[in-house]
Design a protein around this ligand. Structure first.
Ligand code: B3K
Ligand code: ZN
Length: 876
């Protein structure tokens, strides 16, 4: 197929000012009449040919300015409608199409979730509803009329404000009309119809306008929407205070559906959510679920300004809305919760998801320049690295200047489809800074590495710091230029406080930020009273890898004393990572795994430090995952050796911490009724991290405590944590507990997903057969993306030893599953396939088997463009 290239961008030949849509809903034959007000937009319109795109739709009627078109004037195919000799002045086109929502298993366009109708149009789903200029730079004002049988769909929703509703005389049908005054691209169109439960509230904006707030869900689940509603109101208020952004319609609606390809969708005024990011109550949602609900509600709401009011010119600019909006939701959650803990959690996610992408065959710039299938570019690079780039901008400019740039962006581009250049120009213009080198962050893929070396001269009282940067080659980008990397830093002195210095030479240093812009720079700090421990990349000020030769004792000192909480955590992780890598080498050479007294000391001190918040201590206790270690090792990876080394390290740490682990666990015991707030969640996180370490000992007392917690818990966080500890340690007690959990929650699909994931992630040889058996259990549905991701995604992305079985059976299973799913839901299939992205880093035996499975997929006939794209790039 022919790829799309950024350099080929041309403005649309025609533009569409107004769209009137009329839906006559019926499960298998929905009629759509679209009336488009078009006008020629560029010279290219002069040849009089209008080309609209479609996808699997059937044309039923076509009129131009109200007159049916002769068959000779147009050609209608399922994927395109080409009309010749259109007027060179404004005209209307009336297109009637028929679609089959019930047969729409791709969950793009108009489809059914349970008995409801809903839509998903981003990125290219609108063309599955009607023929259109389905591209984000065509902004139109939409009016939508929906008609359905009242009994089938008492609730009829679309974007914008409600205008009118009523019965269709003499029938059992009714209708509703919605009007959205804000011009928007087609990907933001939405419609929902069905028999749904409702939670209502209201919000008064900063200028005193009252906004009707509604969350619709499955009947009976209204109580589980309350937290989402509160999160929505907090988001609306926060966007006013933090960014000066006010909501603009009279109503804001969220609908929770159970069949959804991703997390949620920011359709103007009508956000549609995967119900897993709306529903939460103590018995069914964990603290992490609550935090996710809050974060995703905020993210979609924030899109109203960053994405909807200002949208993207083309899909290459996706990070313009996604990276920026992730940054905004991260900031929101930091303000609602603990900022340092949120930062650590976000960096963990970045390192676990984006770093492997950036270091493997699927690496691409934050703003890609070429794609075959845009659905495959909703990636950790566009989202999470995209957010880091915005964060660096804030670090470089400072909070005040950053805000000035944002204000200018909103002012200058409201109502437009913008580009990354437009965005950066606002910051350059508002502050007078030159951001041309910074712009490379959008263009160059790969994770830069900084190698740092420090030298203290006690006589001269100078500390010289050499920083060298390099970015590895990535697909299509063999060589890289040096980037502008903001390195936040401190020089830790012997009493733990940052040392002062009298002057700096050699690089731009502003406050506590070094602006590294050359390939290598040496910075000389003068007047440094004693040998410092350099604390670099504080708060993870840039998405890079940092290599610095530091002794275990210096790292321990950093764990104890760094003024930056992030780097305290980072120092503990570095100590643990060193131990895990050495341990893996020991396992492979048959040496006994060495004890780690320094790490154990550091962890014990953090655990006992009551000045540190519990959630932070919990993060420190969580040593790097098997996948983290595999990524760090980077080649000839043997997942079994890593798993064994990690198990042994955890056992050694648990032994070193000794009986105090149980004492601390008990001391944190439950006192008051459950509340999902951050402080309580932090205490539970610490308690459950302790429990997890206790379980690693396999001692009876630990297992008894875990079983007790499992049965007695008054909330899902504690119950699931107990179960996960027993299950991931593959203890024999797991079967009984997993079965008990299943019995208790068998009728709750979202909770069953947690159970499916635990089943799929047991690190034991029988897991693959268990996963295969679960595929045909009543609780599983191949058509539901949440079930598929929980079970098959859990197995392939979160069970390193079993997915990467030495016999290749894990790879074969995923290949078979993806090939089968691809025929029904290509987006979800392609997403699963990403589990192979690090296959070249495996040891030769597994590498051969992974390649074989991938080649088998590549050779299959009639692959979707989604799966073909991923498999091709993965093998390239
Ligand atoms: N913008 C949507 C993602 C759409 C994905 C399309 N394949 C959700 C979000 O990022 O807010
Ligand atoms: Zn988004």
């Amino acid at each position: 197929t022919v790829p799309f290239r950024l350099e080929d961008y041309r403005p649309p030949a025609f533009t569409i000012d107004r769209v009137h849509l009329d839906f006559a809903l019926s499960p298998s034959a929905t009629r759509v009449v679209a009336t488009l007000s078009l006008r020629p937009n560029t010279e290219e319109a002069q040849n009089g040919t209008l080309e609209l795109v479609g996808d699997e739709i059937v044309l039923k009627g076509l009129m131009l300015n109200g007159i049916p078109l002769d068959a000779g004037r147009y050609e209608a195919l399922p994927a395109s409608l080409v009309i010749r000799d259109v007027p060179l002045a404004p005209f209307t086109l009336t297109i009637e199409t028929e679609i089959d929502p019930a047969a729409n298993t791709k969950l793009m366009g108009l489809y059914r979730s349970g008995s409801a109708y809903c839509t998903q149009c981003e990125a290219e789903g609108f063309r599955r509803i009607t023929y259109f200029l389905d591209r984000p730079d065509v902004l139109a004002v939409y009016t939508t009329r929906i008609e359905a049988r009242r009994s089938e769909a008492p609730v009829l929703l679309a974007n914008g404000n409600p205008v009118e509703s009523g019965d269709v005389a003499g029938t059992d049908r009714h209708y509703a009309i919605w009007h959205d005054p804000f011009p928007k691209p087609s990907y933001l169109f939405a419609l929902v119809a069905g028999d749904l439960g409702l939670v209502s509230d209201s919000f008064t904006t900063m200028s005193g306008r009252r906004v009707d707030l509604r969350i619709y869900c499955e009947h009976g689940k209204e109580g589980r929407c309350r937290y989402a509603m509160e999160a929505l109101k907090r988001s609306m208020r926060w966007d006013e205070t933090a960014f000066g952004r006010e909501y603009d319609l009279d109503i804001f609606v969220i609908v929770a559906v159970s069949d959804f390809n991703m997390g949620a969708m920011e359709n103007k005024g009508l956000n549609i959510f995967n119900d897993k990011y709306v529903l939460a109550d103590p018995d069914t949602a964990t603290d992490v679920d609550y935090a996710n609900v809050e974060g995703v509600i905020a993210h979609e709401y924030f899109h109203n300004w960053t994405g909807n009011r200002i949208t993207c010119r083309d899909w290459f600019q996706l990070c313009l809305k996604e990276g920026l909006t992730v940054f905004r939701d991260q900031e929101f959650s930091s303000d609602m919760r603990s900022r340092p803990v949120k930062r650590i959690a976000d960096v963990r996610t970045l390192q676990a998801r984006q770093f492997p992408e950036d270091g493997g065959p699927l690496a691409h710039p934050v703003r890609p320049e070429i794609y075959h299938e845009i659905s495959n570019f909703y990636t950790p690079t566009v989202y999470e690295k995209g957010a880091e780039v915005v964060r660096m901008l804030e670090t470089i400019l400072g909070a005040d200047d950053f805000r000035k740039g944002m204000d200018l962006y909103f002012e200058r581009h409201d109502g437009e489809a913008a580009t990354v250049e437009d965005f950066l120009a606002c910051f350059a213009d508002a502050t007078g800074r030159d951001l041309s080198q910074f712009a490379l962050w959008y263009a160059q893929a790969g994770t830069p590495q900084i190698v740092a070396r420090g030298h203290y001269d006690g006589d001269a009282k100078t500390f010289s710091l050499t920083l060298a940067q390099s970015t590895p080659p990535t697909p299509g980008q063999p060589t890289k230029q040096p980037m502008h990397i903001p390195v936040r830093f401190g020089l830790i002195g012997p009493n733990g406080e940052d040392l002062a210095f009298s002057s700096v030479e050699g690089a731009a240093v502003e406050g506590d930020v070094i602006h590294l812009t050359e390939t290598a720079e040496t910075i000389v700090f003068r007047g440094v009273a004693s040998r410092p421990i350099p604390s670099l990349l504080r708060n993870f000020s840039a998405p890079v890898r940092l290599a610095i030769d530091m002794s275990a004792d210096d790292l321990l000192f950093q764990v104890r004393a760094d003024a930056d909480p992030f780097n305290r955590w980072q120092a503990a992780q570095t100590l643990a990572m060193r131990a895990l890598i050495a341990g893996t080498a020991d396992v492979l050479t048959g040496r006994p795994v060495a004890a780690q007294p320094t790490l154990a000391t550091g962890l014990a001190e953090v655990l006992d430090n009551e000045e540190l918040e519990p959630a932070f201590r919990a993060q420190v206790l969580q040593i790097p995952s098997e996948a983290d270690v595999a990524r760090e090792i980077g080649q000839n990876v043997d997942p079994d050796a890593i798993a064994l080394s990690r198990r042994q390290l955890r056992l050694a740490l648990a032994r070193a911490l000794g009986p105090s682990l149980m004492r601390r666990y008990q001391a944190l015991g439950v006192k008051a009724a459950y509340s999902p707030d951050a402080a309580d969640a932090g205490r539970r996180a610490l308690r459950n991290a302790l429990l997890d370490l206790l379980v690693a000992t396999g001692e009876d007392e630990a297992i008894a405590a875990t079983t007790r917690q499992f049965h007695d818990a008054d909330n899902m966080t504690d119950r699931l944590a107990a179960l996960a500890s027993v299950s991931s340690a593959a203890l024999p007690q797991r079967r009984e507990l997993l079965d008990a959990f299943h019995e208790r929650y068998r009728n709750d699909p979202l909770v069953l997903d947690k159970w499916l994931t635990l089943e799929a992630t047991v690190p034991a040889a029988e897991t693959l057969d268990r996963v295969k058996a679960l595929l045909s259990q009543p609780g599983f549905a191949h058509s539901n993306p949440n079930r598929v991701r929980a079970l098959v995604g859990g197995f392939s992305a979160a069970n390193p030893t079993q997915f990467n079985r030495a016999d290749g059976a894990g790879f074969d299973f995923l290949a078979d599953f993806v090939l089968d799913l691809d025929r029904r839901n290509p987006q979800t299939a392609a997403r699963l396939l990403v589990a192979f992205r690090s296959w070249r880093a495996l040891e030769p035996g597994r590498r051969t088997r992974a390649e074989h499975a991938l080649r088998r997929i590549a050779a299959a006939e009639r692959l979707s463009s989604d799966t073909l794209d991923i498999v091709t790039r993965t093998l390239a």
